[in-house]
Design a protein around this ligand. Structure first.
Ligand code: FMN
Length: 155
């Protein structure tokens, strides 16, 4: 029996291209699941409706000054009040790039996701320095796992 098509939202911010590359690869993996539509957007361009219409979200942020990029925080600031009650239980994953750490960004995003009551469905990814090809392959797999889990209703 055909299952209804579901949506994965991949949001990210990138200043010098590292996270853009990572988000692209994660989205390429997510779209491999035929029954899933993938929306890949910069956080600054992401609207409340993108969030309300998704069945799973992947959040990609560089670490800036020990925390998430300001535009990722801005997305949370803009959507929290309207989306919080409507997205309880939303499956989410976080992937972070950093010059030397990245843990601060992950911790802060997790705190906010807990406020929305979203559900962490995979270990978060933290890449320090320039991503290797293996890092990017792993991100593709992560995107596909998120898609497959959402499609099958496992997540
Ligand atoms: C303003 C600024 C602040 C940064 N702060 C941190 C930091 O606190 N910890 C860290 O590990 N890397 C830090 N970095 C390095 C970035 O996280 C890293 O270069 C990342 O790959 C940038 O991603 P992007 O190319 O997608 O913008 C900072 C970079 C910038 C530009």
């Amino acid at each position: 029996m055909k299952r209804p098509k579901k949506n994965i939202l991949v949001i990210y911010h990138s200043q010098s291209g590292t996270m853009e590359l990572m988000a692209n690869r994660l989205a390429e993996g997510a779209v491999k699941e035929k029954n899933i539509a993938v929306t890949l957007k910069k956080a600054a361009d992401t609207k409340l409706d993108d969030l309300l219409n998704c069945n799973g979200i992947a959040i990609g942020s560089p670490e800036y000054f020990g925390t998430m990029a300001g535009m990722i925080k801005d997305f949370f600031d803009r959507t929290y009040e309207a989306a919080q009650k409507k997205t309880i239980g939303l499956p989410f994953i976080v992937f972070v790039c950093a010059g030397n750490d990245g843990r601060g960004a992950i911790t802060q995003i997790e705190r906010i996701a807990a406020g929305y009551k979203w559900r962490k469905v995979q270990e978060h990814t933290r890449i320090v320095g320039t991503p290797t090809e293996q890092n990017l392959v792993d991100l593709e797999e992560l995107g596909q796992v998120l898609s497959a889990g959402v499609d099958l209703g496992i997540f």
